[in-house]
Design a protein around this ligand. Structure first.
Ligand code: DP6
Length: 431
């Protein structure tokens, strides 16, 4: 390019990336530096319309030495985060190789970076902010540097930032294949089904607390690897079987199997946390009460069928067993419910009955997208039947902080190439 054009070109990209919530959980690393997991995992990507990270990355002039990062409006030290430095180093190494192979490419690899990232939800609320954040950074660097990688290959960069982040590189239903190699080259995300495959699938996040969690995932899972004997059984036989069963359930849109596997895997993840020494508790009384409610609610509808062969890769049941909702919990007390759209209104009504909103809650803020849903008075017969089973009266108002109503969504998006004032998170001078 002519020198004038090169000087005028602003190498900047802004992207957004989604949150994902696992239905087969990642918990345990076999290599902590490369973030290689002890088991494969599988997640559902949630819509960026409701939960997302947005990131601008920009190459600045060589004399503006040093990379800089702003996270949710505050400058953060890059030096202090080894994971972040690893992601940047990997991206630069790949760009350097591309430039060496094609001298016509602009020399970007050695230029300092300016990075600005925001989440539209509280960081460290157990809502996987590290996943959407590192996925977004990876996708933005992949675009900025035009890296010659497939999205799966690029997901390895996100993985070294935070394991679960690699799954946010795709929309829909996503597996993180653990891989076998010591260098991690085969440990990456693959899409199991796109976001249009099962459009009926909705998610309700019941925010029990948005406080920062006590034991971080990184630290907690290594304590589990070191001390839990139950984890060994999970890694050796339970997860490999469930990965096959869950993939089949998603392909067949078999909600019964999806729900059974999701709840079983959440339960086992929290069981290995309890089997850790010292034990790790992520759920609280409200979390457990929500489990009782969902269990009792499903029981009103489930038709008993001959138990599926639990040990085999049984084909999805031909007839519906009647599950209506599935719960899952990550490293925190918040519940995520997956459910078919037709049951959302009823489930919201029941959640609202047993866990009433704070008295002064702003309706639109508390219910988010669900605020416009018509919340009919719940059927008194159903409430009585449920109350008898779960054995608790409605919780005090305000036991939930809010409800996020969302659905399956797409993968990362490029919002702008170059400096677009209305989109960029950086100023014209790169601050
Ligand atoms: C419970 O991906 O946050 O959400 O790789 O150490 O950054 P690091 O851990 P992280 O762990 C997520 C654990 C989980 C389950 C899951 O998302 O699969």
């Amino acid at each position: 390019a002519a020198p004038a054009a090169a000087a005028a070109a602003v190498h900047e990209v802004t992207c957004s990336a989604p949150v994902n919530i696992a239905v087969i959980k990642y918990w345990g690393k076999r290599d902590t530096a490369l973030v290689l997991p002890t088991n494969s995992s599988l997640s559902v990507t949630l819509s960026q319309d409701h939960l997302r990270s947005t990131t601008t990355v920009r190459c600045v002039a060589a004399d503006e030495a040093g990379d800089r990062l702003w996270l949710n409006g505050k400058e953060e030290s890059i030096a202090a985060s080894k994971r972040l430095r690893n992601v940047l180093a990997d991206a630069r190494r790949l760009r350097r190789a591309a430039e060496a192979a094609d001298p016509a490419l602009p020399a970007l690899a050695e230029l300092p970076l300016r990075i600005c990232s925001v989440n539209n939800f509280p960081t460290a609320a157990g809502l996987a902010s590290s996943a959407s954040g590192f996925a977004c950074l990876t996708y933005a660097l992949h675009t900025l540097y035009s890296l010659p990688l497939s999205v799966s290959e690029a997901s390895r960069l996100a993985r070294v930032g935070s394991g679960s982040a690699c799954r946010s590189l795709f929309g829909g239903f996503v597996a993180w294949e653990m891989g076998q190699r010591d260098d991690g080259a085969d440990s990456m995300a693959v899409q199991v089904a796109s976001e249009t495959h099962w459009p009926d699938m909705e998610a309700l996040i019941l925010v029990v607390s948005d406080a920062r969690k006590d034991t971080g995932s990184t630290e907690g899972m290594q304590q589990t690897v070191e001390t839990s004997t139950l984890l060994r059984e999970r890694i050796a036989s339970v997860v490999p079987r469930r990965m096959r069963q869950m993939t089949a359930a998603i392909h067949a849109r078999d909600f019964d199997s999806f729900a059974e596997l999701t709840m079983a895997d959440s339960n086992q993840f929290h069981a290995v946390c309890l089997d850790t020494y010292p034990p790790i508790f992520y759920m609280n009384d409200i979390s457990r009460a929500i489990i009782r409610l969902v269990t009792a609610y499903n029981r009103l509808f489930i038709k008993p069928v001959a138990a599926a062969d639990a040990a085999g890769d049984s084909a999805p049941a031909a007839t519906s067993r009647g599950y209506r909702a599935a719960y899952t919990y990550d490293a925190g007390p918040n519940a995520v419910l997956y459910l078919p759209r037709e049951h959302v209104t009823e489930v919201l009504g029941l959640v609202n009955h047993f866990f009433p909103p704070p008295a002064a809650a702003d309706h639109a803020e508390y219910f988010g997208r669900a605020a416009s849903a018509f919340l009919p008075a719940v059927d008194p017969a159903k409430v009585a039947a449920l109350a008898a089973q779960i054995g608790f009266a409605p919780f005090p108002a305000g036991s939930l902080q809010r409800i996020i109503s969302t659905h399956v969504g797409d993968g990362p998006r490029v919002l702008a190439r170059g400096h677009v004032e209305s989109v960029s998170l950086l100023s014209a001078t790169g601050l």
